[in-house]
Design a protein. Structure first.
Length: 385
């Protein structure tokens, strides 16, 4: 393992050869062993950070960042801010597997006021969670057997375990219902679609509900669900969304059906967020056809597991990197900045065991989930009934 002195020397060589930076100062971290994973620790137990000044008129370039990152055999992050260059060198690498149980236990130990959040994975700094009230919509990409569908299943499990009283699910599983069919009997699941025709019927129902809710909001002067007493959130989750892309060989009626599905999903991202609708749109190979532009532009959270090409990575994340991921379950999560994570793994058996208490067969009913804690005695309120 390289020493801090060696790290500093390598950085100095890179700066000298590029004629880019002069050293400002460095902040050396504690040289103790990194603490056991899954625990918050003092940041200097996790990494060593070096800080340099950036000469006026110069900016951090992609080529310089790449040269620094590839100079070390460990995780390294480079960031330019406030006239300074920060080079953070971590003392460990991400594990190849993170169990869902560890994430669940971790979330219980950390007090938070964030609602409707789900775990994205473990980064080199800490567990990363996504807040669906802050960023309502998400796209997910990933090649076969790289963790995309497992990621969706752990999100569903976490949402139900933590927010079961206030969410409902519309699940679109275009693998013929093989993956999401297991959730059909849960009281929070309103509908599960397994082909294009069923998807259109499901989305027609969602569209009717959005029209009804919009009227309800206008009558009360509401503009955004997060500023109202309404606790209900509706998640529309699509797996294998590429099956909704029209093809040239299809009949006109089939093209129109698929076009309606894509248009309605786009409408959810445009206006549904303010009404409490959250779209999670997953596709195996992102292209301009399989990931419609309006969905991509309105889904500010992006997750990508390994993809086969740099072009696909740029479509999914607006930057390269996903094509270099080598471990199943390893992903890049991007909102403003991109963070590499190891996504939680949950088996089908564990998911079903955790969610058994929500099964309709135990006497629970779908319409229980639509009840809302909204002040007022109006029995005609669509969000209360």
């Amino acid at each position: 393992m390289l020493t801090n002195w060696t790290y500093k020397k390598r950085l100095s060589i890179i700066f000298r050869r590029t004629s880019f930076l002069r050293e400002y100062r460095d902040l050396l971290g504690n040289l103790k062993e990194a603490q056991p994973r899954y625990l918050r620790t003092n940041k200097h137990d996790l990494y060593t950070e070096y800080v340099y000044s950036i000469p006026l008129g110069k900016v951090l370039t992609e080529s310089l960042e790449k040269a620094i990152v590839e100079a070390f055999d460990c995780v390294c992050r480079v960031k330019g801010a406030g006239g300074r260059l920060y080079v953070r060198i971590y003392k460990y690498t991400l594990p190849d597997k993170v169990d869902y149980k560890a994430v669940s236990e971790y979330s219980k130990s950390v007090s938070s006021n964030v609602k409707y959040s789900v775990p994205i994975g473990l980064s080199v700094d800490d567990f990363i969670f996504h807040d669906f009230d802050k960023i309502p919509h998400m796209t997910v990409a990933g090649a076969t057997r790289q963790g995309k569908t497992v990621f969706l299943k752990q999100m569903i499990t976490y949402l139900l375990e933590n927010y079961s009283e206030h969410i409902c699910l519309y699940l679109i599983d275009l693998k013929g219902g093989l993956e999401f069919g297991r959730y059909a009997d849960l009281k929070q699941t309103i509908n599960v679609a397994s082909n294009a025709t069923e998807t259109r019927q499901l989305l027609e129902e969602v569209q009717r509900n959005m029209t009804r809710d919009m009227k309800y909001y206008r009558e009360r002067g509401y503009t955004n669900v997060v500023d109202t007493p309404i606790k209900k959130r509706t998640f529309v989750i699509v797996d294998e969304a590429a099956q909704l892309a029209p093809e040239s060989f299809m009949e006109q009626s089939e093209k129109e059906e698929l076009g309606y599905c894509q248009a309605t999903l786009s409408e959810i991202t445009r206006i549904g967020g303010a009404l409490g609708y959250r779209l999670i749109f997953a596709t195996q190979y992102p292209t301009a056809d399989t990931l419609p532009r309006q969905i991509k532009q309105n889904a500010d959270a992006k997750v990508s597991f390994r993809l086969t090409t740099e072009v696909a990575s740029r479509v999914a994340l607006d930057e390269q990197g996903a094509e270099k991921l080598a471990t199943p379950g390893r992903a890049i999560y991007r909102t403003i900045d991109a963070v590499e994570v190891q996504a939680p793994y949950i088996s089908d058996e564990e998911s079903e065991e955790r969610l058994a208490k929500f099964n309709v067969k135990e006497g629970l009913h779908h319409d229980d989930t639509s009840r809302e804690e909204v002040p007022g005695p109006d029995d005609d309120d669509p969000l209360q009934a």
